[in-house]
Write a protein that binds this ligand. Sequence first.
Ligand code: COA
Length: 430
Amino acid sequence: MDVKELYKRKLISLEEAVRLVQSNQKICTAMAASEPAGLLTALAGRKDELENVTIVSCLIMRDYEIFKPEMTGRFLNETWFYGPGDRANHVHGNVTYIPNNLHEAGKKKLANDKINIFWGTATPMDKRGYFSLSLGLTYEKLMIEQADLVVLEINENLPWTLGDTQVHISEIDHVVENTIPLVQLPPVEPGEEELVIGQYIAEMIEDGATLQLGIGGIPNAIAQSLMDKRDLGVHTEMFTDGMVDLFNAGVITGRRKTIWKGKMVGTFALGTQKLYDFIDTNLAVEFQQGYVVNDPCVVGQNHKMVSINTALQVDLTGQVCSEAIGNRHYSGTGGQADTHRGAQRSPGGKGIIALRSTAKAGKISTIVAQLPAGAKVTLGRNDIDYIVTEYGVAHLKGRSVRDRVQAMINIAHPDFRAELREEANRLQIW
Ligand code: COA
């Protein structure tokens, strides 16, 4: 097979490719930093011809015209994880959330829905006809196998990542060349509370442990508290900048890992150019599909597996809400339940939810007697292991409601403890 010839035959312009989209179709797009910005931008040019086109996405990072209020009825974003634009657009009714545990997201979608087009991004092709799917491998490859039509936007700026990321030109219907700057998510500088939380968590992590660090400010801050550790490993949903620092400092070696020894394993990457340069053709970095990496049974095969995620609110019995603020949908479950549960299957493993004890400049407590109406339980209390705030560690696993209430009040901000006790008594949470 002359792969260069095949490439030439499959290469079309963005304009031609976008013309392939028809009304009433579902188009699944690659996630986050690998989202196909060409498609999502150019579809606006067809707004007068198309209706009822559904984009099935995950964590859209840029702002697109097709999701503006005037496009309602023409384009709908069905998403596994809200990005910043989705939060704003939700009120117009053109964004809807797909409840999911990340390791099952792609498979469940395909089991009960038809995906007409998969539209992703990839590196330029190599001499053997392979592309690397680069920054996202959560559900993308499953969709390539199942969609009626597959289009890849080729971006020269995408890093060539290793593992299960390769797809061959023969599996693709069309390629479109679209080299644009990559989306970057700079880490948030940790404040005082985050650094204290980082210290508590550092004390819970033994040398030789394998880590999952979730999305958000706190997991990133924790990376800074681990500089004194030795031989840590990574088995994570998302690769982050903090992991690069730990690797470069010699803290992450993966030498004591039980699966994928010596490799940092993950399913997508989102960070700055520093991270994207680091993962480019790096033999120490292994991308595997979301249904593999995040499967709790796989997570649990790592010894001393520690999963660290964050939340918006936790109630006194240990119900964790990480994806909504009351009825306002904020993000998604992602792999939070996958990795929290998986870590507890691991010999010596720990599931940790870390959050600041207050939000909105100390005005509200994130530890609440009961979750507000409309809140979503991201992680049920039956599955919870540890909760950490800047006031300490509450180990809830196996404990009664009575013990949990006391442990949670102990890690709440002192200004709210009396109020929480009164509420617990009034509601008979005991
Ligand atoms: N009540 C009201 N508002 C609250 C709040 C509360 N209890 N807690 C936080 N907020 C507000 C913050 O003030 C902030 O508002 P702003 O954007 O106006 O400043 C916003 O909510 C986000 O809070 P922040 O603490 O900055 O969030 P983050 O970026 O660190 O992300 C999660 C935290 C929980 C949203 C994020 O980790 C998440 O979506 N988790 C679920 C998925 C997951 O864990 N996946 C795991 C593997 S990647």
